[in-house]
Ligand binder design. Structure first.
Ligand SMILES: Nc1ncnc2c1ncn2[C@@H]1O[C@H](COP(=O)(O)OP(=O)(O)O)[C@@H](O)[C@H]1O
Ligand SMILES: [Mg+2]
Length: 404
């Protein structure tokens, strides 16, 4: 047995275990999805493995999973048919909101929903603009490009069409994912969030189907916002590097889906992509993202605010001026770098207590000391910024050439 074989078996086992967990928790749709996935993986395995005894066992497991999925499917469809037959009309109607989720969904639609659950998150993300320091231009751009077209679609008709594709680009850890979540929270659209790397790696050659399903469900659930994080991992330049046939097909599928968004629909469906590596993006993909928004490193006031946000609720000796000083001392740091500094600092008083053996004596009341400016200064020296000057220049050059 080769190592890739055993990895497949392990992976199938993981999926099957999750299926069982879902089933026990009464989450039947997800359980079905996982059982079928486990079976599919085993079937892939059978294509490569020639050992007769092993094949027999694996075949048996695959059949077990398939029949388990069938049984659950029957169980679930029994439930949904009791809900009534008005299913298809509920879907396209104007008052259908994302909360109505699995209510009144036809079998085929339900299958699509099941298929995307797991890799694609559809919950409301619940991030507010005020939790994001600085980036005022980005926030305004996203309001215009996403929030307003979603909440006031009647203003965006005719020549005033919303941009179908919006791309956030910039150094890692500067708030792209946060901004996407905040925009989604604000506009109350059904939010689909998919990490592109996951799409490719988890789905063993099925990403194409999945992307098709994703867009179909998003259209059904419109107004919808599809967030594709790390889009560079799917949409690399054609023919470059080690692109496999599968990856090429996924990209082609994604391109045509985004292209299809331009033909007008009554309810908005927007695609928001994010990347740390815009220069790796395929030109065809770049042209689909009509609006490109640069998410830069935080400036001084933003850095000060990020220190504040990430130490909120912690007893501290710092005053307003101290936070400004921290902002000044952290030039070149990303939001994530600063978050890391803060995490380090917040742990210090606890670590000191622990090293003094004070946390073990449960009868004593424990007094945790305030964090202070010195803690931050020391920690800033230890945590180095992730973004290099040459990388910054690369972002700026790219922005000049392709940005808004
Ligand atoms: N402007 C900001 N305000 C507050 N926190 C930030 C900001 N930018 C980054 N962070 C922190 O850094 C983390 C990483 O940010 P993220 O949005 O995932 O970056 P990106 O997607 O650009 O790589 C966030 O979860 C947050 O803790
Ligand atoms: Mg991110």
């Amino acid at each position: 047995m080769s190592s890739s074989d055993s990895k497949l078996l392990l992976y199938a086992k993981q999926e099957a275990n999750q299926a069982i967990t879902f089933e026990n928790a009464g989450k039947f749709h997800q359980a079905i999805n996982k059982y079928e996935r486990a079976a599919e993986i085993l079937i892939q395995f059978l294509r490569f493995n020639k050992n007769p005894i092993m094949r027999q066992n694996v075949q048996k497991s695959a059949e077990d999973y398939i029949s388990r999925a069938k049984i659950l499917r029957l169980k679930v469809s029994g439930k949904s048919s009791r809900r009534g037959t008005s299913s298809t009309s509920t879907f396209g109607s104007a008052d259908d909101k994302s909360e109505a989720k699995e209510e009144g969904v036809s079998d085929e639609e339900q299958e699509l929903l099941d298929m995307i659950s797991g890799t694609i998150v559809t919950e409301s993300p619940n991030v507010r603009w005020i939790e994001i320091a600085g980036l005022e231009n980005c926030k305004q751009s996203l309001r215009e490009a996403i929030v307003l077209p979603m909440i006031k679609p009647e203003l965006f008709t005719g020549a005033r069409k919303p941009w179908a594709g919006i791309l956030l680009f910039g150094p890692p850890g500067c708030g792209k994912t946060l901004l996407a979540k905040a925009a989604a929270t604000e506009c109350n659209a059904t939010f689909f969030s998919a990490s592109s790397a996951d799409l490719l790696s988890k789905w063993l050659g099925e990403s194409e189907k999945l992307i098709g399903a994703l867009f179909k469900v998003a259209r059904l659930k419109a107004p919808s916002l599809i967030f594709m994080d790390e889009i560079d991992s799917i949409a690399t330049k054609r023919g470059e590097g080690t692109e496999s046939g599968g990856e090429r097909r996924v990209k082609t599928q994604l391109l045509s889906e985004i292209q299809g968004l331009k033909t007008s629909h009554d309810k908005p469906l927007l695609v928001l992509g994010a990347t740390n590596r815009p220069w790796d993006l395929d030109n065809a993909m770049l042209s689909r993202f009509e609006k490109k928004v640069y998410v830069p490193l935080p400036d001084l006031p933003a850095r000060a605010a990020i220190f504040r946000i990430h130490t909120a609720g912690i007893e501290s000796d710092l005053d307003d001026e101290d936070f400004i000083e921290l902002g000044a001392r952290s030039e070149g740091y990303s939001g994530r770098d600063i978050a890391n500094v803060c995490r380090e600092v917040i742990m210090l008083p606890i670590r000191e207590l622990d090293m003094g053996g004070l946390l073990e004596k449960s009868d004593q009341e424990i007094k945790v000391r305030n964090i202070n400016l010195n803690d931050f200064k020391n920690s800033i020296k230890k945590v180095k910024p992730m973004t290099t000057d040459s990388a910054l220049k690369q972002y700026n050059d790219w922005k000049e050439e392709f940005g808004e």
